[in-house]
Structure formats: structure tokens, C-alpha cells
Design a protein around this ligand. Structure first.
Ligand SMILES: [Zn+2]
Length: 123
């Protein structure tokens, strides 16, 4: 999981983290303060624990880790490339699930949008 521009938390080889799949409609999110995976919905017994990788990874494309999602959600985003590549409305919809590093990136995106001539013309 990405915690800075060039900093990542690496799970131990036997850690459960290595087996948690991505979903565009996840059952969990990563709580970075508690360093825990927490449920964000009621999870019936037998359901898979998942989280949204684009809430923790800025650029999966440059890491060679982008993938075509097969989560089956009605809200599936298709190609999972990292937070960097999401449109601003999608980034805003994910706001309460983002890692601290991606929260900083969103603040930069919002400042750039506010400074853009197109945005200012719309005021
Ligand atoms: Zn998906």
C-alpha cells in the first residue's frame, strides 16, 4: 500500500493482506490510523472481504500493476490504473476511503481545478 510518493507498506509473504482482492464496490476500507481493514457495510457470512485498490494506490500503471477488474459490481470502473487516472467526480466520491497520501493528492487536484480558467469561468 502506498503511503508516500515513493513509499509503500509491504505485507509479509504469509500476511492475510496478500489475499484481499480489489472491488469497485468493496465491503471494507483500509483505516490507516488504526492500520486495519474495517468493514464499510454489513457483510453476510461467506462474503468476500474486499477493498478498493484505487483508494490506496496512486499509479498502478507505472508500477506495471494495472489490471482489468472483474469484480462484477454495477459500478465497476473496468480498468484499475490507480487514483491518478480517476476523473475528479470519482475521486470525490471515494474521498472518505482514501489513504492519507491520496487525500493529499486529492487536495492538490482540487486546488488545480479551482485555479484552472475553465473552472473559474463557470463561477
Ligand atoms: Zn470493478
Amino acid at each position: 500500500m502506498q503511503v508516500g510518493r515513493d513509499r509503500f507498506l509491504e505485507a509479509a509473504p504469509e500476511a492475510l493482506d496478500n489475499y484481499i482482492n480489489h472491488s469497485c464496490s468493496p465491503t471494507c476500507k483500509v483505516d490507516f490510523d488504526e492500520q486495519a481493514l474495517v468493514s464499510i457495510t454489513t457483510i453476510p457470512a461467506g462474503w468476500e472481504l474486499t477493498y478498493d485498490y484505487e483508494t490506496t494506490e496512486y499509479d498502478l500503471e507505472s508500477q506495471g500493476c494495472a489490471f482489468s477488474c472483474k469484480c462484477g459490481s454495477l459500478h465497476c470502473r473496468g480498468r484499475i490504473r490507480g487514483f491518478r487516472f480517476l476523473r475528479l467526480p470519482v475521486k470525490l466520491a471515494l474521498q472518505n476511503k482514501l489513504s492519507p497520501y491520496l487525500t493529499e493528492q486529492l487536495e492538490i487536484d482540487l486546488k488545480q481545478a479551482a485555479d484552472s480558467p475553465v473552472f473559474r469561468a463557470g463561477k
